[in-house]
Design a protein around this ligand. Structure first.
Ligand code: NAP
Ligand code: GCO
Length: 267
């Protein structure tokens, strides 16, 4: 048998990470690039795009960035056409762009609920639909959907987000069911609580510098005893993007320090 570690290499692959300008998406772009892929990413804010391009350049990563709102189907189709013209066909799609609006359900407008569903659930459908035909032509493809603890669990104020991330888990399984025969693997990566700007409001320390109650709650719910970092997601992302996972399909890989295995500290 030749060296099996070669199967983790992404040399020659083109990866598109939605929302790759910050947080988890930025970390995944770094990881996929380190494993050999060319990374392209998109976001909506031009300032964020420029800042990310500068950060990638400082890290020696030749990433390409584009402005595109993933909930806009026409804009996504145009982006994919442009990326294909400039870089070739996409081998790996990471549906990472996401938002959250934390409001008690009975106080939430249907419009806000739809915004969350639009970005966190419908956009992954739009982006997957935009790349699957060329993956079928190429004879392979990897789609990684960034799921959540809320693909499995509920929490006060997260009705829309949990509905979207639960739906994303099932979209993942359905893409596997529908396109697995074309050598397309669609899996979910389910981060636990990760230190990114997305969750900064929940980690805000108290005026005396000590951790707030939510921060302490998350640490106590996590057997690892800490929040995750984007670095914790890098190996799992490379695994799911690489040939090493070619017989892994429709699976959700939770990277949560053990949260989903734990009932919580006994009294
Ligand atoms: P983040 O730091 O806020 O990054 C989100 C990125 O998505 C930003 O670059 C943002 O850029 C982009 N984005 C948002 N809406 C977009 C849209 N409509 N079109 C294109 N780009 C868009 O968040 P994060 O913590 O890294 O989260 C990334 C993903 O991981 C999300 O799906 C989130 O639900 C999931 N997740 C996060 C955690 C966590 O603990 N942090 C845990 C589990 C799952 P623009 O605003 O410029 O568009
Ligand atoms: C929250 C958070 C979570 C995380 C993450 C957990 O308010 O509790 O937004 O939902 O973002 O998705 O895996």
């Amino acid at each position: 048998m030749h060296d099996f570690t070669e199967r983790f290499s992404l040399e020659g692959k083109l990866a598109w990470v939605t929302g790759g300008a910050s947080g988890i998406g930025f970390g995944i772009c770094r990881a996929l690039s380190a494993a050999g892929a060319k990374a392209v990413f998109n976001c909506r804010d031009p300032k964020r795009l420029d800042a990310a391009l500068n950060e990638f350049a400082a890290l020696g990563i030749d990433a390409a960035g584009y402005i595109c709102d993933v909930s806009d189907e026409a804009a996504v189709a145009a982006l994919v056409k442009r990326v294909e013209a400039e870089h070739g066909l996409i081998d790996i799609l990471v549906n990472n762009a996401g938002i959250n609006i934390r409001v008690p359900m009975c106080d939430m407008d249907a419009e806000d609920f739809r915004r969350v569903i639009d970005v966190d659930l419908i956009a992954p459908f739009i982006c997957a639909k935009a790349v699957i035909p060329s993956m079928i032509r190429k004879g392979h493809g990897k789609i990684i959907n960034i799921c959540s603890m809320m693909s499995e669990l509920g929490r006060e104020t997260l009705a829309a987000y949990a509905a979207a991330k639960g739906g994303l888990k099932m979209l993942t399984r359905n893409i596997c069911a529908e396109y697995g025969e074309h050598n397309i693997q669609c899996n979910g990566l389910g981060p636990g609580y990760i230190e990114t700007p997305f969750l900064a409001p929940l980690r805000q320390p108290l005026p005396d510098g000590s951790p707030n109650a939510f921060d302490r709650f998350i640490v106590s719910k996590t057997p690892a005893g800490r929040w995750g970092t984007t670095a914790d997601l890098m190996g799992p992302a490379v695994f799911l993007a690489s040939d090493a996972s070619n017989f892994v399909n429709g699976h959700i890989l939770y990277v949560d320090g053990g949260i989903l295995a734990y009932i919580g500290e006994q009294p």
